[in-house]
Design a protein around this ligand. Sequence first.
Ligand SMILES: [Zn+2]
Length: 418
Amino acid sequence: MPNALTWLFLAALLAATATRLWLAGRQIRHVQAHRAAVPPSFAETIPLAAHQKAADYTAAKTRFGVVNTLVDAALILAFTLGGGVQWLSDLWGNVGSRWFEIGSLSHGTALLLSLFFIQGAISLPLALYRTFVIESRFGFNRMTLALFFADLAKQVAVALVLGVPLLLAVLWLMARMGEHWWLYVWALVTAFSIGLQLIIPPFILPLFNKFTPITEGELARRIDELLRRCGFKSSGLYKMDGSKRSSHGNAFFTGFGATKRIVLFDTLVERLQPQEVEAVLAHELGHYKLHHIVKMLALGAAMTFAGLWVLGQLIEEPWFYAGLGVSATSTAAALALFMLVGPEFTFLLHPLMTHYSRKNEFEADAYAKGHAQSRDLVQALVKLYRDNASTLTPDPLHSAFYDSHPPAALRIARLESK
Ligand SMILES: [Zn+2]
């Protein structure tokens, strides 16, 4: 039964989808308009061929994003007003066993898992296309089909092992904890996401990659020095075989407290000079020292709190279900609708989040400037932009919406200033 929420939801979905498409169009036009010449400040460091490859790669990825946007919008509509969630609820409710009565834990878990499964199955061809057509065309993909499906099988297994108990616990709390259920669920989800940070490095990442300690050579020596200068303790420096999947390079930290590890992609170690890796690492250390990681976790927890509070207000309201195409009310259906519809209502807040993230990036750059040579970081950034075919000329509005990192030219200008 359409009601005011139906129209509000349609307006939000339309606004978010139209904005995504409009930004994609702007990005493609902007990058193509600047394709003919390397921006003056990079004229000496980035060859024209690399600049044009970055433009074509950006345009290809953005066009693919348009397909994703349309598929997502169609899926959301099909699951809500199209009756998909209701259909799944009926499907499991009609199994006939009293185990699957609507409102039971098993019914709720089955409903949500089948929803995730359908979403995953529909996005699978898109993921295959991205990896084996787009990434391959630009020479980045190193994955075989066998590795792709082995990864997928492991990802599904990990998601089930971790996700099913979480889902059961969430649905149980929603059913048993009265009107303040959302507070308990928030505490559980927050504890779960912190726990995840602790178990990902030692137990999950090794399922996908090999980690080799770097203990000798100039790189190990330089990084040791850097860590001492910054007063940073870690449980090791590792090289990861990222090259078995992609030739994109990266560096990251994992873990908390004493279990912190520094991980460098082998592709990064091969292409950058030791002093450049040191500067990149100084930037990453900056994120830690300036508490960006903890702040992001706290921000995530605050947003989960707000989201669950809103759901707590809606879950007893018949118009919430009716307005979104569901007639059989249950906590699992409410959760499903909320996860499907929520992002469309918050999409226009994206620029706030990315603005905060870019502020952190500038701060980490400033930290790196103080603890390593900014000239080395500039050189590393130029190489990373060139080798990853990242565009130097993004559309400013597209960038404000989506980019977690400031445009290259701005970062480098700040690094080079006094
Ligand atoms: Zn950063």
